[in-house]
Design a protein around this ligand. Structure first.
Ligand code: SAM
Length: 244
């Protein structure tokens, strides 16, 4: 998968050299290219922003600079363009899965009050453009949002996780974990500071372990994410689930 990231702070993307994503890049599963937006600004100060029409505080990113940058990076190709913004559609595990199936993504990192809206309108005529939010809070720029998305997408690519089953059992994973968060996890020793691992996990009984995990996932979802619990499809709940 090819990922192009355009930003005025390319140094934010150092973490993409380490851990799972770093290894995926070394192996060639991920081809990440980070671009400095200011390379397409032509004045002596390399200006990328200007005052907002209609007045108000802050600055808005200029369409000419973004246009030149995206034209140069996309060329004649058709990457799917992702624009992080708090006003976008929510970034979910489902969207991460969908984006993991794309061959090429182009991320446009906004700063200040965001990017002049005509940029998204213009590219929507020839590329698939998604404005995406990573949560209901406001960051200073799109860089951290892109790091979040690249990590969530990258770990779903074939061969990136040591064990592909991990992604299937994760919170929010499509299938049996849809609208559920994962329950608690434990490792050795069996007793730590007087606290025991739930005995069922030591039983070796796969059916009982699976039932316990499902119960704990449901309990946690009800406790921490009642809005997700309310959205569970009743068709997917068995008698035992309903008691919880
Ligand atoms: N004025 C904008 C608003 O209220 O919607 C906020 C702009 S924010 C200070 C600057 C940039 O940070 C945005 O253009 C976007 O790239 C990024 N950003 C901030 N919060 C974000 C979020 N929750 N999800 C994705 N990107 C975000």
């Amino acid at each position: 998968m090819r990922l192009d990231i355009i930003s005025i702070f390319p140094e934010y993307f150092g973490p993409l050299d380490v851990s799972l994503i770093g290894k995926a890049r070394e192996r060639g599963t991920l081809d990440v290219r980070v671009h400095q937006l200011r390379d397409w600004a032509h004045d002596v100060h390399k200006t990328v922003d200007d005052t907002p029409y209609g007045g108000g505080p802050g600055m808005v990113m200029k369409p000419e600079v973004w246009g030149e940058a995206i034209d140069a990076v996309a060329g004649d190709g058709a990457p799917r363009m992702i624009v992080p913004t708090p006003s976008g559609r929510p970034f979910t595990q489902e969207l991460a899965q969908e984006l993991a199936g794309e061959p090429w993504l182009l991320f446009a990192c906004g700063r200040y009050e965001g990017i002049d809206s005509r940029v998204m309108d213009e590219y929507a005529t020839r590329l698939r453009v998604d404005e995406v939010s990573i949560g209901d809070y406001v960051l200073a720029g799109g860089e951290v949002a892109v790091l979040v998305m690249v990590e969530a997408i990258g770990r779903l690519l074939p061969g990136v996780l040591g064990n592909a089953q991990s992604a299937v059992d994760d919170s929010f994973a499509p299938g049996s974990m849809r609208n559920l968060v994962e329950g608690p996890v434990y490792t050795k020793p069996p007793v730590w500071r007087g606290r025991e691992v739930p005995p069922v996990l030591l039983s070796g009984h796969h059916g009982k372990v699976a039932r316990w995990r499902r119960d704990e996932a449901l309990r946690r979802t009800v406790r921490n994410r009642p809005e997700l619990a309310a959205a569970l499809d009743p068709e997917t709940l068995d008698k035992h689930d309903r008691k919880l």
